[in-house]
Structures are given as C-alpha cells and as structure tokens.
Design a protein around this ligand. Structure first.
Ligand code: URA
Length: 472
C-alpha cells in the first residue's frame, strides 16, 4: 500500500465502513515508520471517533500497536504474573500498597506505569517523591526484581520500545480532539498492558466526576472492550467499576499519597483505600491461581516487607523522610452540618494547580504539593473547622487552587447524617466478558448494590494520569 491508500482507508471509515485487517496493519505500521502523515492519522482517528470500530477491528488495531514494538515475556518466572491498571482518579494511590501486597501473596507483579498529566496523579510521580527511587530501570533489572522473592513486584516506566505506535498516536489524539473513542482508548491501554508481559490483569475502571468516564454506561462499555481485548491476547482480564466522585483516601499529591500508602501497609490508613486495595488484591490473587488471603498478608506485615524490598531494589530509601511543601494554607468549613459532597474533580484540579501535577509532558512536579482532607462525605463538621490543608512550594498558586475548590464542597445543615458515599465497587466484568451476576457486591464492599442509572456513552476525557503510559 502507499500513502495514496491512506486516503481510501480514511474514506472507508468516514463512510461508516469496516476496515480490513490489512488496512489496519498498514495504517499503524506506516504511521509508526512516518510514512502515513500525522494529518492522515488524525483524520482516520476522527473517523473512528465518529463511526467506531467493531470488536474485530479493535482487536486488530490493538495487535498492530502491540507489534509496533517489543512484548516482554515473563512466562519463565517461578511465580504467576498478574498486574492491575487503573484508568486514573484523584487520590488513587492504590498501586502503592497493592503491588507489594499481591507479591506477598505469592505472585509476581510487573507494572509499567506512567507519569501524570493533568489533574489525576501519576504513579511514577508519587514514587519519585521517595529519595533515591528510580523509575527507569529497564527489562533486565525488572526481571531480577521480580525473581527476588523478597520483592516480587516492580513499578517502573515503560521503555520507548513498548507499543511505540501508541506513544505517537496518543500524543496526536491528545492535540486533535480524538481521545474520545472507546475502541481507541481500550486499544491504547491494552496494547501497553499486553506488551508488559503479564499473564493476568485486573482493571480498575473509575466512574464519576473525578474520572475519565463520568457514567456507569461508558465505563461499562470501556471495561467490556478491554476485557475482550485481554481475552483475545491470552491475558485473563477482569474489570471492576469503582466510584470516583470523591477522592480516594485523605490525600491528593505525590509525597502525601506515598505517606498514606505506607499507613495502609502498616495496618492503618483510610477505610476506602484499604477496602479497594484488598478487593483488587483478591481479584489478582484469584486470577493468578493462588490460595492466599490478602487481608492477612496486609495485617501481618508481609506486604510492608515487600514494599521496603521493592523500594530498595529501585534505589529508594523506604526509611527516609518524605519531602514536605514549604507553605500550607487551610480551607475551613463554611457552615455547620453534614459534609454531603467533596468533589473529586475540584480537589484534583486544586492539587494540580498547587504543583502536584503537570500541564505539559516533561514539566517538573513538586513532591510535597497537594491536599490533605480532614473530613470526608458523611462527616459532621462545625463552621470554621479545617476541612482541607493545601500544600505547595509556590505560594502564588494558592488563589487559583482556592478558586478550583469554590464549588467542591457542600455542607448541609438539614441533613440528618447517614451515608452520603455510595458503594465503592459498582460492578464487575468477569473473564467471560459479561457482568458477573453471581458476584455479590455486598460481600466485597460492605455497601448495598448500586443503582443502574446510566447516562450517555461519551467519555469525558481530561488530562488523565496515564498519557503515554499506564497510570497503574
Ligand atoms: N489512557 C491511555 O493510555 N490511552 C488513552 O487513549 C486514554 C487514556
């Protein structure tokens, strides 16, 4: 095929046609080699946003992106491999306690992760706040750490040779209004996850104001597409849909979140972070075919031992004090009553403006910047009591951060209390690629089952955590 064929491929999709395997293979390979121009790929991406792709096309697109680079292989490790991917949310530090917890249960966790862009943080940015810790370690060192029974888990940056087509395509989609396509998002995420060489995968698809997917319907569609792609590639995949209307835990920001993750590993920490960590760990341990209880491995300190070994193996000092921001300011409760709403998106944007996140790839982030929450939805608060503490090294950032928080908090004087936070785990899509109706959310989350009020099927992309990588 030639550059001329690009025009007919674009035209075919523009007119609602199905792309053949050969057309998809050619387009991805030619784009990666620089033979298909950016404007042609942008036009094709827009045609896909508008016309969609069916399951075969999406699987082939994913395979072609996977083939554009290297696929890691850990099948010879003595332990089963299993990983988790989150679509990104505010305060989502779950990877930090989860990877060592699952390693403590006997699995190997090879996690390639991303730096943050925009208001949901990136796992690598969080870990980089630990003095000495390095994300760029390469596949050989990755294998050594996974083989070491004391660690057994690694969280690191994806090399340039992993799904390079996705790296180029994602950057192009980001600047051409073509992120909003479930097949393209699913293929982008899964090509990277399949390339990292895990045998099994648990997806945490976030739903709500602080998430990439605002409605259950769109999150369900994305989760189903990704579970199907995993199955097609021989990676056993399960997806949980989890709530992201309010931040996870009580911190948003890099070092603040590391400290909270360490609290969880020490047996404390916020109940929602503990619940989600243990729920995802149970799924991962089951997929890995292991008979171990993650709650026990958390309680008896084994997960903490694996955390320390993982941090040391990547050059970090797990005992070193974490960086703290030079300046803090407090936001107080505007009135007395029940805190009925603490919106994830507002908190995420404020933390980002304080310096916890970056606006452009390559910008530095502040390790100590972010927000600590002193109350959560459902708590009774008194007028004037501190609700949030804002942390930054750049105090000129405070006014814009307070602006972002203006519509974030609702205190209801009339409310009689009671739960204002719904269930954390909303749904599960099993490896049979369908909702697992036998699954009982009560058992996992301790909350009643979610209502199924569904909205539109258009994702609301924001500068998400996992551009060019996996948020983890
Ligand atoms: N994250 C990705 O890695 N790819 C997308 O397309 C969207 C979010």
């Amino acid at each position: 095929m030639t550059a001329h064929d690009a025009v007919s491929i674009i035209g075919a999709k523009r007119d609602g046609g199905e792309l053949s395997d050969a057309q998809i293979d050619w387009a991805i390979a030619a784009f990666t080699r620089g033979e298909m121009a950016d404007e042609q790929m942008a036009a094709l991406a827009m045609a896909i946003v508008l016309r969609g792709m069916n399951r075969r096309e999406t699987a082939r697109w994913t395979e072609a992106m996977l083939r554009s680079g290297r696929r890691l292989d850990f099948t010879d490790l003595p332990r089963p491999t299993v990983d988790k991917h989150s679509t990104g949310g505010v305060g989502d530090k779950i990877t930090l306690p989860l990877a060592p917890l699952v390693a403590a249960c006997g699995a190997a966790v090879p996690q390639l992760s991303g730096r943050g862009l925009g208001y949901t943080g990136g796992t690598l940015d969080k870990l980089e706040s630990i003095p000495g810790w390095r994300a760029d370690i390469g596949p050989d060192r990755m294998r050594e750490i996974l083989t070491d029974p004391a660690a057994g888990c690694v969280v690191c940056a994806a090399g340039a040779d992993l799904a390079p087509a996705d790296k180029r395509l994602y950057a192009l989609r980001d600047t051409t209004g073509t992120v909003e396509s479930i097949p393209l998002i699913a293929a982008s995420i899964m090509s990277k996850k399949i390339a990292e060489g895990t045998a099994a995968l648990v997806l945490d698809v976030k739903v709500g104001s602080g998430a990439f997917m605002r409605t259950r319907e769109e999150a369900y569609a994305l989760a189903t597409a990704m579970v199907e792609l995993g199955a097609d590639a021989g990676v056993e995949t399960v997806a949980l849909l989890t709530a992201m209307d309010t931040p996870l835990g009580r911190t948003a920001g890099n070092a603040l979140e590391v400290a909270e993750a360490v609290e969880v590993l020490a047996g404390g920490g916020p109940a929602d972070v503990v619940e989600l960590t243990v729920t995802l760990a149970r799924e991962m341990v089951a997929l890995a075919g292991l008979d171990a209880d993650p709650a026990e491995a958390l309680a008896d300190g084994r997960a903490m031992d694996h955390w320390r070994a993982m941090i040391r193996a990547q050059g970090g000092d797990p005992a070193a004090p974490l960086p703290a921001a030079a300046h803090t300011e407090t936001l107080s409760a505007p009135s007395s009553g029940i805190l009925t709403r603490l919106d994830a998106r507002g908190v995420g944007i404020a933390a980002w403006r304080l310096g916890a996140g970056r606006a452009r790839q390559g910008d530095p982030v502040q390790a100590g910047a972010g927000i600590r929450l002193h109350a959560g939805p459902g708590d009774r608060v008194t007028a004037g009591q501190p609700l949030l503490t804002l942390h930054t090294d750049t105090p000129e950032a405070f006014p814009r951060a307070f602006e972002a928080l203006a519509e974030t908090i609702t205190v209801d004087a009339e409310s009689t209390g009671g739960p204002t936070r719904g269930p954390l785990v909303l749904d599960r899509i099993g490896p049979d690629r369908h909702r697992d109706h036998r699954w009982n959310p009560h058992r996992h989350s301790g909350h009643p089952p979610a209502r199924s009020g569904l909205g539109t099927a258009h994702p609301h992309p924001h500068p998400a955590a996992d551009h060019g990588g996996n948020s983890g």
